[in-house]
Structure formats: structure tokens, C-alpha cells
Design a protein around this ligand. Sequence first.
Ligand SMILES: C[S@@+](CC[C@H](N)C(=O)[O-])C[C@H]1O[C@@H](n2cnc3c(N)ncnc32)[C@H](O)[C@@H]1O
Length: 252
Amino acid sequence: MRFDVLTLFPELFAPFLASGINRRAFASGQVDVRFWNPRDFSEGNYRRVDDRPFGGGPGMVMMAEPLARCVEAVFADRGEPAPVVLFSPVGQPLRHSLVTEWAASAGALLLCGRYEGLDQRFIDRYVTHQISLGDFVLSGGELAALALLDAVARLQPGVLGDADSHAQDSFNPELDGLLDCPHYTRPEVWRDMPVPAPLMSGHHAQIERWRREQRLALTAKRRPDLIAAARADGRLQSKDEQYLQQLPLPGL
Ligand SMILES: C[S@@+](CC[C@H](N)C(=O)[O-])C[C@H]1O[C@@H](n2cnc3c(N)ncnc32)[C@H](O)[C@@H]1O
């Protein structure tokens, strides 16, 4: 899988891609990440990539031509066109389901905006997908690109030490899209706080039931929309429903 990142600030990426468990995926080329700077495709001595907005108003807008030339150069290097993802607050919110789609893909061009955004004519001509990191505004798309690369890399086979560990994570369909349960490690008692008894029981079924109930309770409290989705898909068992009904949460 190959991702070409188009950014005015490629230096923001290197330490991140070289650190933590995901570095294996990037170092081995399993997730092949390459960088392109639209400034290298601008004209004139000032290597200008932005200009004032037509119609007035604050800020600057990324010009269409350097971006278009940069995208065309990436297509030529790849030998064929590929999806062009623009990170933008007006995009589709980044969720687990979207991450799994990109994790199973052949990759894409990841375009990081800056300033007030990009000339809409470039977007209309080249951009195939728009992704938002959430309902807030960043100063650039680089953090959103890093978020997608990180989430995609950890889903690649062999990247996490334990093959099952992402199956246990929040939002995973294998755990019915629920939030993760709390985790504990040594010591058994920390500052008068013991580890919950079921985890110390050594009884596999009891541990799994406790974890399931913790997931249900946390999800019902924080993300009732995920409980509703699991219910709509018929993923909750009658034991789960019984447990949810006795929680002190109205309207479940
Ligand atoms: C200052 S923002 C532009 C915000 C834009 N004027 C708006 O209000 O929607 C500059 C760049 O940061 C990136 N960005 C900002 N917020 C983002 C978000 N929530 N998700 C993804 N990218 C974001 C985009 O690439 C955007 O072009």
C-alpha cells in the first residue's frame, strides 16, 4: 500500500513515522509513505503557493496550479491515477469503518491543506474524498494525515505484536462496535485501590462476562449511539439487554 502525502511541512512527519510499534510498517515499506511539497511545483523565485481570496476576506488560499502539478507528478510517479484525499473540516468524519476501508486499500494521495483552504476549482477537478478529523479546526491537514496513517498502519497484518490486539479495541465489529473495557496491571493493590475481583478470579468465563459488562456500561454512558447501532444490527444478546436494563441510565 502506498500513500503519497502532499504537504508544505514534510518535516512534521519523520519523527512520528519512526517511533512506536507502527514504525515497522513504515520502515519495511508495508505502508509506503512518500512526501511531495506543492512548493516544488510553484512558479517564480518566491515559490509561492497561496494568494488572496477573490471577494475579499481574511487569510490566504492555496492556488490550484501548484497543487495540480504536484498531483500530476505523483500520478506519473505511481504510473496511474489514484484516489486523492483532502483533509478538511467539511469532510466525512474519520471513524473506524472508514479507517478499515483505507487499511484494505492500495493507498491514496493525502493532501494537507493550510491557510483558509484550497481553491475550489482544484478540489472539483482532482479531489475524490474529503475526510475530517472532527468538528474543530486545525491549522493544517498534517495531523489528520498522521491520524489516518497511524490508524491504517496498526491494522496491517503483523504490525501489532499480538495479532488479536486490535480486535479487542474500541469500535471493532468483532466486539460489536462497543467501547473498550478498563485495563489493569501490577501491582494488585495500588494506593488502596485493588484490581476488580473478577480479573483476579482466574475464571475465564467470569473475566469475559465482566469485560463485556464494562464495555456495555461505558458505551451506554458515553456513546448511547453505539448501543443503538449494535441493537439495530442485532448484535446484542439477551444477557446484554438484561444487563443494560438494570443500569441506572434513563432511556436505554
Ligand atoms: C485553518 S484550516 C481551514 C479551515 C476552513 N477555512 C474551514 O473553516 O473549514 C487549514 C487546513 O487545515 C486542515 N484542517 C483543519 N481542520 C481540520 C479537520 N477538522 N479535519 C481535517 N483537516 C482539517 C485542512 O486541510 C484545512 O485546509
